[in-house]
Design a protein around this ligand. Sequence first.
Ligand code: UDP
Length: 481
Amino acid sequence: MADNHRKPHAIIIPYPLQGHVNPSVHLAIKLASRGFAVTFINTQSIHHHTVKALDQKPDGDGDGNGSYDIFANVRRSGHDIRYTTVSDGLPVGFDRSLNHDQFMASLLHVFSAHVEEIVGNIVATPGEGADFLIADTFFVWPSKVAEKFGLLYVSFWTEPALVFTLYYHMDLLRINGHFACQDCREDPIDYIPGVPPLQPKDMTSYLQESDTSSTCHQIIFNGFQDVKAADFILCNTVQELEPGTVAALQEQKPFYSIGPVFPEGFTRSDVATSLWPESDCSQWLDTKPPGSVLYVSFGSYAHLSRPDLEEIAHGLLLSKVDFVWVLRTDIVSSEDTDPLPDGFKQELGDRAIIIPWCSQNAVLSHPAIGGFLTHCGWNSILESIWSGVPMLCFPLLTDQFTNRKLVVSDWKIGLNLSDRNKTTREEVANKISQLMSQDSGSKFKNAVEALKTKLEEALMPDGSSTKDLDQFIVDIKDRIH
Ligand code: UDP
């Protein structure tokens, strides 16, 4: 525990995926700006990707000092944030996208030994020490590592509270027969505390799938066992978005809604908010009328099937709407890097730009953007609301189905496409038109603008997320001293 002469010291270890690292960086800055010392630990693989991204930028020199990378935000902030790396158990050059199962298995079985070593070294460094460990809820080891080194365990959940509570109450789903029962039950799940009745199809894919032997399932089962021993839980949500769910969780654990954890200057194109090289499409967007362009992205790691990709591509063509499409080279797989239909790009002319990655926040906040065709990753949803952009939802895996339910059924800020392998080009074109039209789209636009205001208010000095973060700081300092 802290001696009285040094700042309270947090060690932060994000899950090594883009959608988890990004909010963790922002959380580190927030805590450091409130007087904490922070040690941020990335995996060597993520670090390598970031440095490679810097090398590809015009002014990047790859030494970690370029001005556009996400960690530049950390350096610019001038706060007490130290940075180090740890092995995830696999060689840096290993293709984690192609060998996802092996990657997950390494995180499940091997990673904790590396983490123990590095945390042990930090704690044992004379004059250093640490007080608490902030680790992603998906890790299976934090409570044990924290206990071993006398640290408090703060679990960081980067998805909505609704997803957290479904995993947290997995036993209730089992008892009631809704667990691992894809398509076999249609009656609603009406017994999760604080959650209005929910359709089984709205659960995360891992809770629906009947084969529960996968590594991802083991990670979730064990992670949610481990979080029961957490001292505090921080969630990247906003109380006003999910009031009933958050209130019910607060009765069970010290649970704080501190979202959206965005950094200052979040929507500026010179402030990087991601880990990969970002193509700038602002000049092209500047030539387009307000609200006329659809932004299309399926996040950092989900894959589309080739048939779905083709239907979406043809649907975009049919829609006649202009668009920016973030098409990762591994969107179908890292072995099929050119999956667009023949002649697709030629037919587009100036109607669209297709890029491998962008500053999503800069794009979403551009006045030309009028809609977002999204896989419903939680960060993407928060960012879309933040920019007042309604969504067309095409969830692919994990929490994205539950997130879609929030967008479409609860908040009514978007539309739904039919599920994977069922959507057609005609449906895609039709729904894009509905979302983007001044008439049929206005109800979504009005609803998302109202939610945007709630997010902004939550981050004001007396807003709910600011107050929850303040309270967390008071509570953890109480435990440290
Ligand atoms: N993102 C980005 N540029 C892109 C596409 C995505 O910076 O071209 C960022 C996006 O802003 C978000 C993150 O990558 O912060 C994706 O996280 P999300 O939770 O939406 O999806 P995931 O990648 O975890 O499936």
